[in-house]
Design a protein around this ligand. Structure first.
Ligand code: FAD
Length: 418
């Protein structure tokens, strides 16, 4: 099989790796002039099955309503007509029964991906290590809620116990939940290591090559028009993150991913920085120690593909970091960065072939968990392309779940008639 993968983020590169291991001839197209410039390399670097819940939930709705008017909260929404249908779907998916089902799906994906990340780390030197993760709670009520929702085994710690395992935590927290064994590392190192491995495996990684359009003929992608040439591969994998929506539209397909802008602020390191990655749960901020820097990450702003920096949101992230991590106040900043998470309206990834395009596989929509879920996505895409049974049930991830109901009904009447 010859496959073109569009996008060289964590998801696209994992697809390329798994596809080439399955024997495919793979070409990767990437707009940027180098690997590790996008969302996949600026994230917090946590691979955490304990956080495997869909973004669409009553808790997110409540948080959104609380934080929008403040202009400083962790969730931001710019009112846009185009976002409205996405928000309607998001609200419907946030109802408890759907959230429960989606959480189960996410956990199965995250656990398999965690194992694959472990293998990648050994085989490719991605640098991820099992330091565990520490969810810190600022209030007793938050700690209780966290303990009730955390997947077993749950290790609830008092503030004193939490500081005993992570002395960098400042005073004033209610407690924490420790998830031993969870992996974390430098996401840029991951992208470089997987990038090197795919090149070594013979994958043709074409930088500064943007896919402009997908041409459809006879229910298939006939060609990918790029800034350099026209390619006519057997199969196309759409892994262009938050930009997938526009590309899919060129083929008449509906892939409703919204950009969920997040920030990182990197600081000069200190010996006293946290050894265990910390997630400040109520404020939704992660703190990770990376080689040569300490990274704070936070905010999810549904502002489309806009990449402008909102200093107020950055300052709010810095404030929480300085409150919860000892010795961070007045530390020299190295970098402020932002990236776009590809967010699906129901919080589940979108993985599979649309009925209308047999030789296209969509691989996107991972939202807050795309780094964690990249390897399992690559594995599932390779299984779908090679026609073997996917190792996990992918029915809930199918891209056609977002097709307008009228078109879905028409297409099932047609197939019955046939
Ligand atoms: C602040 C922050 C913290 C996060 N922390 C975590 C975390 O700790 N753990 C976790 O699991 N996830 C985390 N995430 C989420 C995670 O980073 C994303 O879900 C993931 O990186 C998405 O990967 P991707 O490969 O789908 O997209 P991307 O990384 O965006 O890659 C898509 C690539 O496609 C390229 N592209 C776009 N259009 C085209 C085109 N037309 N032609 C060719 N190439 C194109 C882009 O240049 C880009 O390189 C975080 C995200 C943010 C913003």
């Amino acid at each position: 099989v010859d496959v073109v993968v569009i996008g060289a983020g964590a998801v696209g590169l994992s697809c390329a790796l798994e596809l080439s291991r399955a024997g495919a001839q793979v070409t990767v197209l990437e707009t940027a002039p180098a690997l590790a410039l996008g969302c996949s390399s600026g994230n917090a670097g946590l691979v955490c099955p304990s956080h495997a819940a869909p973004l669409a939930s009553l808790a997110s709705l409540r948080l959104g309503l609380r934080s929008i008017p403040s202009r400083e909260g962790p969730l931001a929404i710019a009112p846009r007509l185009e976002l409205l249908p996405w928000l309607v779907r998001f609200t419907a998916a946030s109802m408890p029964a759907r959230e429960r089902a989606a959480t189960e799906t996410m956990r199965a994906l995250a656990q398999t991906s965690h194992q694959l990340h472990g293998l990648y780390s050994e085989q490719l030197g991605t640098g991820l290590t099992p330091r565990g993760t520490l969810d810190v709670y600022e209030t007793e009520a938050g700690l209780e809620r966290g303990a009730a929702h955390a997947p077993p085994p749950v290790e609830v710690l008092t503030a004193k116990e939490a500081r005993a395992i992570e002395p960098a935590l400042a005073e004033g927290i209610a407690g924490a939940i420790f998830h031993p064994g969870e992996l974390s590392g430098d996401p840029a190192e991951f992208v470089h290591a997987v990038g090197a491995a795919v090149r070594e495996a013979g994958v043709d990684v074409r930088l500064e090559t943007e896919a402009l359009r997908l041409d459809v003929a006879g229910g298939r992608i006939a060609a990918v028009e790029t800034t350099h040439e026209r390619l006519e591969p057997g199969t196309v994998v759409l892994a262009a993150g938050a930009w997938n929506r526009g590309l899919a539209r060129t083929a008449g397909l509906f892939v409703p991913v919204e950009g969920g802008k997040g920030y990182h602020i990197d600081y000069e390191p200190s010996d006293a920085d946290p050894r265990i990655p910390v997630f400040v749960s109520e404020s939704r901020i992660a703190v990770s120690r990376l080689p040569g820097r300490l990274r704070l990450t936070g905010v999810l702003a549904l502002h489309g593909l806009d990449l402008s920096v909102d200093e107020r949101r950055v300052a709010a992230v810095e404030r929480v970091g300085a409150q919860r991590i000892a010795g961070l106040r007045n530390r020299r900043r190295l970098e402020v960065w932002r990236g776009l998470r590809p967010c699906s309206p129901d919080g589940l990834p979108i993985i599979g072939s649309p009925e209308a395009c047999a030789n296209l596989v969509v691989a996107t929509g991972h939202g807050m968990l795309g780094f964690s879920l990249a390897p399992v996505t690559g594995r599932l895409v390779a299984q779908l392309v090679s026609g073997s049974e996917p190792q996990l049930d992918v029915a809930a991830l199918h891209p056609d779940r977002f097709r307008p109901l009228i078109r879905r009904a028409r297409s099932s009447t047609h197939s019955r008639a046939r």
